[in-house]
Design a protein around this ligand. Structure first.
Ligand SMILES: NC(=O)c1ccc[n+]([C@@H]2O[C@H](COP(=O)([O-])OP(=O)(O)OC[C@H]3O[C@@H](n4cnc5c(N)ncnc54)[C@H](OP(=O)(O)O)[C@@H]3O)[C@@H](O)[C@H]2O)c1
Ligand SMILES: C[C@@H]1O[C@H](OP(=O)(O)OP(=O)(O)OC[C@H]2O[C@@H](n3cnc4c(=O)[nH]c(N)nc43)[C@H](O)[C@@H]2O)[C@@H](O)[C@H](O)[C@@H]1O
Length: 317
């Protein structure tokens, strides 16, 4: 890849988008194009067409999406379906119209069938019913993956799809209603430790298993695939290891120094019982993750981003 190539990072302020910008800059790619959602609402077809006509990017990394945890997905079902369909349809279609050399689309491990064989291989997609709590989001993401596949087959477009597992790291969402489990537990346990609260409530039964990859590892994998992968098949990106939500809660309690009780709220949904990714295709392409979960959590808990993100509201005024 030419270091002066114009690369559009859609969603550059998000956790993944910001990590992509950091990784691209560190690699020497400095001709990056970015827009906030206020500057360019990617649901607006005409605005996206104008943007591509003006900027003519050579590469596109599509990290803009409506994203959230199990509760947000299950609550804002129409928003997760509509926003993601519009964003990806506009960006992928305009990438084709303007002859983008390569586009990287981000799927997710949660779009595989709810009870897919474990670990999940890329060919397990669409082989069974989806997890109900995030079916709208999964349908949108599957449509995006299929749109990339269709442009490749009809027009020879080099649009690749990456399937990340659950991610965490700098720029994560710590809103307790809309976030994913890992940032939610980091916040809950650290606030409980600071306030000497007697117990922390964890949603569900604690028995589901989840795999967690640091977002800087994901960004590194995306750059590796942007440089070395031109295949039609999606590529899973993960660590190949998972833990139960109970084990995650115990690890977060240890790292935040919380001594109190953990209480499980069975009224909250567990979601998919397990979604461990088979990462042999990725390993075969020469990439392995570097940041283990304990090390990654310690990095988050000592980062400036964490202190800023979880500053008590009172302190902000
Ligand atoms: N987080 C995970 O665990 C995870 C796991 C697997 C896959 N992924 C995928 O990774 C990608 C990024 O996720 P993330 O965790 O980085 O999400 P995030 O932190 O919520 O960031 C999403 C970004 O999308 C942008 N965006 C949302 N709606 C937009 C719109 N209408 N127009 C323009 N931009 C819009 C936002 O821009 P502004 O900030 O400017 O508003 C934001 O920067 C998504 O495709 C997601 O499916 C995430
Ligand atoms: C990667 C993401 O995976 C998502 O599924 P998924 O991992 O179940 O989404 P999470 O919200 O991370 O929930 C994972 C598991 O953690 C439990 N959990 C326990 N305590 C909490 C808490 O305080 N907050 C949250 N959020 N969960 C909690 C939750 O019930 C579920 O069993 C999809 O819904 C998204 O579409 C996205 O793709």
């Amino acid at each position: 890849m030419d270091y002066n190539a114009k690369i559009y990072v859609a969603g550059h302020r998000g956790m993944v988008g910001a990590a992509l910008v950091r990784r691209l800059r560190r690699a020497g790619f400095n001709n990056l194009v970015v827009r906030t959602s206020a500057e360019l609402d990617l649901r607006n077809q005409a605005a996206v067409a104008d943007f591509f006509a003006d900027e003519q990017p050579e590469y596109v990394l599509l990290a803009a999406a409506r994203v959230g945890g199990i509760h947000a997905n299950n609550t804002f079902r129409a928003d997760f379906l509509y926003d993601n369909l519009m964003i990806q349809s506009n960006v992928v279609q305009q990438s084709h119209v303007h002859g983008v050399r390569k586009l990287l689309f981000l799927g997710s491990s949660c779009i595989y069938p709810r009870l897919a064989p474990q670990p999940i291989r890329e060919e397990h997609l669409l082989t069974g019913p989806l997890e109900p709590t995030n079916e709208p989001y999964a349908i949108a993401k599957i449509a995006g993956l299929k749109l990339c596949e269709a442009y490749r087959s009809q027009h020879g477009s080099n649009f690749i799809t990456v399937m990340p597992t659950n991610l965490y790291g700098p720029g994560d969402n710590y809103n307790l209603e809309t976030s994913h489990v890992l940032p939610a537990l980091l916040r809950k346990f650290s606030e409980a430790a600071a306030q000497a609260a007697p117990a922390v409530t964890v949603w569900g039964t604690g028995t589901p298993r989840r795999e967690f990859l640091h977002v800087d590892d994901l960004a590194d994998a995306c750059l590796h695939l942007l440089r070395h992968y031109d295949g039609a098949q999606p590529v899973n990106v993960g660590t190949g290891k998972d833990i139960t939500i109970q084990e995650l809660a115990d690890l977060v309690a240890e790292l935040t120094g919380y001594p109190g009780e953990v209480v499980f709220d069975f009224a909250r949904p567990d979601g998919t019982p397990r979604k461990l990714l088979d990462v042999s295709r990725l390993h075969g392409l020469g990439w392995h993750h570097r940041i283990g979960l304990r090390e990654g959590l310690q990095q988050v808990l000592t980062s400036a981003d964490w202190l800023h993100a979880t500053q008590p509201v009172a302190a902000l005024h």
